[in-house]
Design a binder for this molecule. Structure first.
Ligand SMILES: *Cc1c(COP(=O)(O)O)cnc(C)c1O
Length: 391
């Protein structure tokens, strides 16, 4: 099987690529370059396609100050997962009413910290956590996270660990009310890089059933649905475009809620940032394990521990671009550290040109999300993955 040839124009405006490349030329690899203009465009596309939704940026995808300030200035809200993210976003002048505490796993004292800073919107999926919220953030709005299925069609699932079953969600919302909290809504995350848009349909149906049950049986009127993230970025495995996601999801919402549409929240991370970034790396070594081996090993100066953790199980297949051309041969692609887990792709054989040489640059496309924020700080002495944000 010959892997597909990666062409710049399938992933970037050629001017964007040329600009990033020119910026990269004199810099020591590895590093990510983000073009903030692309994030701006993705944000515009998001609000055009979901005009009725509030956007809560999932900070963990890429917490660069330039990205946070850009989204602040565009009027975004923020899905905050820790006190550190909260401090950072508040220090940029974002008011606490634009933040939610979106992590189901939190210390009691951190709930208090969020509350003292002015945050009034909290997620939960467990009774003990809900009771902590009632004590440390009295009167706050809470939304309950549902477990979702369909993780096999998400390239980076966020299932199992988060959320609870429908019955428990109902019980928790009833309990929230009795604890003096405001039972506000329901959230779910269908899995990151979710390629099956139908995953939202199944989840929205469950949400509708909860809304109805609580209204009819418990006199609780929920007000909000948080549709999570999961919106697509461009990797090797193609997806529908954002407009198609929006059209289908809007249709599911209208089917269930008609004119009685609750407040809708989206929490995008990947879809906003991925395609704004390129990771620039260099080939450190090319070898064969035997003189007759039909594939080469290509070792880059970037790997699983320096930003490419989402290659675990080869989940995310980044398009890898080289300026070399000509006949291609299947390669195993690995990182530079002394750890045999540091192999990015072995099952999926990338075809790289036979003319590729040590010292050549490899451009990893769509690496603007979940790369720098995952990078180890000192494994084998390698520093964390650098990032530049350009306009
Ligand atoms: C990580 C995360 C997101 C972002 O998901 P993407 O698929 O990157 O858009 C949204 N919401 C929550 C609660 C998350 O943990």
């Amino acid at each position: 099987m010959q892997s597909q040839v990666i062409r710049v124009e399938d992933y970037y405006d050629v001017e964007v690529f040329d600009k990033i490349k020119a910026f990269s030329e004199d810099k020591e690899t590895p590093f990510v370059v983000i073009d903030s203009g692309v994030i701006d465009q993705h944000y515009s596309a998001l609000i055009e396609n979901f005009p009725y939704a509030k956007i809560y940026y999932a900070i963990k995808a890429n917490p660069a100050l330039e990205i946070l300030t850009l989204l602040r200035d565009r009027g975004a809200h923020f899905d905050v997962a820790s006190v550190y993210e909260l401090d950072k976003i508040l220090s940029l002048g974002v008011s606490a009413d634009r933040c939610s505490f979106g992590n189901t796993i939190k210390k009691r004292k951190d709930i208090r910290y969020f509350y003292e800073k002015g945050v009034r919107l909290f997620v939960s999926d467990a009774e003990a956590d809900l009771r902590n919220i009632a004590q440390e953030a009295p009167g706050a709005k809470v939304y309950i996270r549902l477990l979702t299925e369909g993780s096999h069609t998400a390239d980076w699932p966020l299932s199992r660990k988060f959320g609870c079953q429908t019955d428990m969600a109902v019980d928790l919302l009833v309990l929230a009310k009795s604890l003096g909290l405001e039972p506000y809504g329901i959230s779910f995350h269908v899995g990151s890089q979710q390629r099956d848009i139908g995953a939202w349909d199944a989840a929205i149906d469950k949400v509708k059933a909860i809304f109805d049950w609580l209204k009819n049986e418990c006199d609780i009127q929920l007000k909000m649905i948080n549709l999570g993230g999961g919106f697509p970025a461009n990797y090797l495995t193609r997806t529908n475009d954002l407009a198609t996601y929006a059209k289908e999801i809007t249709h599911y919402l209208q089917d269930d809620f008609g004119d009685d549409m609750p407040e809708i929240i989206l929490e995008p991370g990947r879809s906003l940032c991925s395609n704004a970034g390129i990771l620039v790396s260099e080939v450190v070594l090319i070898s064969r394990k035997t003189s007759t081996s039909l594939h080469r090993w290509v070792y880059a100066d970037v790997g699983k521990f320096s930003g490419l953790i989402e290659t675990l199980d080869e989940s995310i297949k980044y398009p890898i671009y080289t300026e070399r051309s000509g006949e291609r041969e299947e390669c195993v692609i690995a990182g530079p550290t002394c750890d045999s887990a540091d192999i990015m792709y072995e099952d999926h054989k990338y075809g790289l040109p036979l003319s590729l040489e040590i010292g050549d640059r490899l451009y990893w496309f769509s690496t603007g999300a979940y790369t720098t924020s995952y990078s180890a700080i000192e494994f084998n002495g390698f520093p964390p993955l650098k990032q530049y944000v350009i306009k």
